[in-house]
Design a protein around this ligand. Structure first.
Ligand code: MG
Length: 249
């Protein structure tokens, strides 16, 4: 069931979104060679809880941390660890959700660690642009396939692989609501978008092949099958009479 949000609901999601954005901007400032992904996670948790909010991901289906931190070939759902030390030239995706006064917001960024290759930077840039091309389609009367088609077209034009197994989603009182928002699809197909829907659009774009593997060891970590890089960029977006409204920037 798709839950349509009121303007008040959307304002509350935006309040949670401001916290998510603050956490992401703070992480960006401390990402550097030598930092562990657990240190990034600790900062995120501190910022979220300092606002009286709760990290949406902590204990979600048993996830053990406040955020997902996914370096290099990890696509998403990386578990922060003291053992994972960032190195110059890495890229790292940081996915944050905050729950405040009954509403979630969800967003992700991919950051460079120090100087990175132009290839890695291009992957980050294209993934971000994929989000904006998708978000532009998040208007009343369009369909879910219009978003996916826009994301997929730009990624594939750039020679990248689009992850199929993981998709965006509705956001609200629940972290994951209907409908699914795939990063691929056919224009004009799928669920019709209407004002009041709030969705997380989250391209997960691979440098190489689209295929991914799910970790059997920790039950969470998703990696690219070819072990090439993957980037992630996400915002929570409301579909409104004034067009797409990004709630996590
Ligand atoms: Mg999400």
């Amino acid at each position: 069931m798709i839950i349509i949000k009121t303007k008040t609901d959307i304002e509350k999601i935006k309040d949670a979104g401001k916290i998510v954005n603050e956490a992401l901007l703070s992480v960006e400032e401390i990402v550097r060679e030598g930092v562990t992904t657990e240190e990034l996670n600790a900062l995120i948790e501190k910022i979220i809880t300092s606002h009286g909010a709760t990290p949406s991901f902590k204990n979600y289906n048993g996830f053990p941390a406040a955020s997902c931190i996914s370096p290099n070939c990890v696509v998403v759902h990386g578990i922060p660890s003291k053992k994972t030390v960032l190195r110059e030239g890495d890229i790292v995706s940081v996915d944050v959700g905050a729950y405040l006064k009954g509403y979630h917001a969800d967003a992700a960024r991919t950051y460079p660690v120090g100087n990175i290759s132009s290839e890695a930077q291009n992957l980050i840039d294209v993934t971000k642009e994929c989000f904006f091309r998708g978000a532009q389609m998040a208007v009343h009367g369009n369909r879910v396939g219009d978003i996916g088609c826009a994301v997929q077209a730009y990624a594939e034009e750039n020679g990248y692989g689009v992850v199929r197994e993981l998709v965006g989603h509705g956001v609200g009182k629940n972290l994951h609501e209907s409908p699914d928002i795939p990063n691929f699809g056919r224009a004009g197909r799928g669920v019709r978008l209407v004002n009041g829907m709030v969705i997380a659009i989250e391209p997960m774009i691979n440098e190489g092949c689209a295929e991914v593997d799910f970790s059997r060891e920790d039950g969470w970590t998703v990696t690219t099958r070819d072990k090439k890089l993957s980037a992630h960029y996400e915002n929570t977006v409301a579909i409104t009479e004034n067009g797409p409204m990004i709630l996590t920037m």
